[in-house]
Design a protein around this ligand. Structure first.
Ligand SMILES: Cc1cc2nc3c(=O)[nH]c(=O)nc-3n(C[C@H](O)[C@H](O)[C@H](O)COP(=O)(O)OP(=O)(O)OC[C@H]3O[C@@H](n4cnc5c(N)ncnc54)[C@H](O)[C@@H]3O)c2cc1C
Length: 481
């Protein structure tokens, strides 16, 4: 118990973006917190200071446009929910056009000061080397992508060896609506139905020989991002970057992830494709498709250009581009319940990047939710989940169940880290997108912008209702139709 609260404390391991936000939310609910952060005693390979919520790389929180950008929407929702991370970011903003960028030192110094000065929060500088002990009846693990090895081993012992990954191998994800189905077709290889399938589970993009050769050359010539020295080179044959496979021989991809066997192009059944790129449904909503086997270290700009060479993906919009990084994250869709609690250990929640979200803002937002849920549990109140139509709810839903688990190959998991994006939100009611009066040409791009604006507006209204607040007034700054 704490001198200003009758509640027992909630323990948080990790004072990064997620842990700091979780601590703030819990303390704001009148519940004491003990925040265990190892920096100051032991560093990580990427952090440079012992400040809480240090930004390890870029100083950008990405777009701040809440009218038509999913990241901007989650910013607005976090502000509504009293986020410390957003308040300090807003106070330490530096000019960056439509993005929210911050003075990194001013930002993390401000978070540290607010946490240190809060009467209900105690910061303990120590490494936690095992799972939170049972006497910490309510705890949150928010140790991030660089979780210290002893704790990672303990998490692995609790969850199973395959349930904790130390690298991500991210294949790009494409918005279903941006795929040209006049070129592509639905079919599983050899029409296999499999468990839970229909025989038409993949979207297939056909290539002829000239297109394939041009594509392989572009992959080999594309600019790549190197690994940091401390990351090592984590290639293993099950998840080689697509450009490394291309370098191994011109035919390698045609015999690997781009093999055309067992597939018949329904638009041109008599001509056998020379190679086929397959995309697999990634979320239960069916709005996102994952480019199977296309994990890559190509730079983002190169990826978009090269992958749009694939027939059917010429106008592809990417919800997430590919990557391969040092990361530590659990298989949340199978391990966590809807309020981020480890199913095998009631009272123990996970938050931040270790849950399989990606990015500063997303990590902080999952910390915000874990903190609110833990505080409600401590106070004996019902845990209130954000509606699925909010950005917070869409991201939470994806992590804890929205991703389609397709563990078709033993030892291989399909769940990979995810940013917030519009593909995670439920579809609008049919008929919501209507051509505005007086507009002559209403093209696909206009419809996409209008859809995003409507989804954003619906999200903010649902979030305001969830938090019993009025809807914030947000000025449109993006393209409007
Ligand atoms: C090298 C790198 C670069 C990145 N660049 C970006 C970027 O530019 N933009 C972006 O949006 N995202 C980036 N990310 C992704 C990610 O969003 C950030 O890492 C983010 O900080 C994650 O927030 P978090 O709170 O989950 O983890 P962190 O912010 O890393 O916080 C975790 C905290 O837990 C502490 N800790 C770990 N183990 C223990 C232990 N056993 N006991 C006590 N404390 C412990 C750590 O010291 C750390 O302070 C990057 C990640 C990495 C690794």
């Amino acid at each position: 118990m704490n001198k200003t609260s009758s509640h027992s404390p909630i323990h948080i391991v990790g004072g990064g973006l997620a842990g700091s936000e979780a601590a703030w939310q819990i303390a704001s609910a009148g519940v004491p917190v003990i925040l265990h952060e190892m920096r100051g005693v032991r560093g990580t390979d990427a952090h440079k200071t012992d400040h809480l919520a240090e930004l390890v790389c870029s100083n950008s929180f990405r777009s701040d446009d809440a009218t038509a950008n999913a990241v901007g929407v989650i910013h607005a929702e976090m502000r509504m929910a009293g986020s410390l991370i957003m308040a300090c970011a807003d106070r330490h903003q530096v000019p960056a056009g439509g993005a929210l960028a911050v003075d990194r030192d001013g930002f993390s110094a401000a978070v540290t000061k607010e946490i240190d000065n809060h009467p209900l929060i105690t910061v303990v500088r120590e490494e936690v080397t095992g799972l939170p002990p049972k006497e910490w009846d309510l705890a949150i693990v928010a140790t991030g992508p660089l979780t210290a090895p002893d704790l990672a081993t303990a998490i692995q012992a609790e969850t199973g060896a395959d349930a904790l990954a130390f690298f991500d191998a991210i294949a790009p994800i494409v918005y279903r609506e941006s795929i040209d189905m006049d070129i592509c077709w639905y079919q599983s290889r050899y029409d296999k139905v499999g468990p839970g399938g229909t025989g038409k589970d993949y979207i297939n993009c056909p290539m002829d020989e000239a297109q394939y050769n041009a594509f392989v050359s572009a992959l080999i010539d594309g600019d790549t991002v190197g690994f940091k020295e401390w990351e090592g080179t984590p290639y293993f044959d099950g998840c080689l970057p697509i450009e490394i496979m291309a370098e191994r021989g011109r035919e390698t991809l045609r015999h690997g992830p781009m093999k055309p066997m067992g597939l018949t192009n329904e638009h041109n059944p008599t001509v056998k494709a020379y190679a086929v790129v397959q995309l697999r449904q990634d979320n239960a909503l069916g709005t996102l498709y994952n480019m199977v086997g296309f994990q890559t270290k190509l730079k983002y700009g190169a990826q978009a250009d090269i992958f749009r060479m694939i027939p059917g993906l010429q106008n592809a919009e990417f919800a997430r581009l590919g990557g391969l990084h040092r990361n530590t994250y659990i298989n949340s869709p199978t391990l966590l319940d809807h309020s981020l609690t480890l199913k095998s250990r009631p009272g123990l929640r996970f938050a931040g990047q270790i849950t399989g979200c990606e990015g500063y803002v997303e990590s902080a937002s999952i910390g915000l939710l874990a903190g609110r849920f833990a505080a409600a549990e401590r106070k004996g109140e019902a845990v209130s989940l954000p509606p699925a139509t909010t950005a917070l709810g869409a991201l939470l839903g994806h992590i804890t169940g929205g991703h389609l688990v397709t563990d078709e190959e033993p030892g291989k998991r399909s769940f990979q880290p995810m940013n917030i994006n519009f593909g995670l939100f439920p579809e609008l009611e049919p008929g919501s997108i209507v051509k505005p009066e007086g507009v002559k040409r209403f093209r696909g791009k206009d419809k996409t912008i209008m859809k995003r604006q409507l989804v954003a507006k619906r999200a903010l209204a649902a979030c305001a209702e969830w938090l019993a607040q009025s809807v914030p007034v947000i000025e449109a700054e993006a393209e409007t139709v």
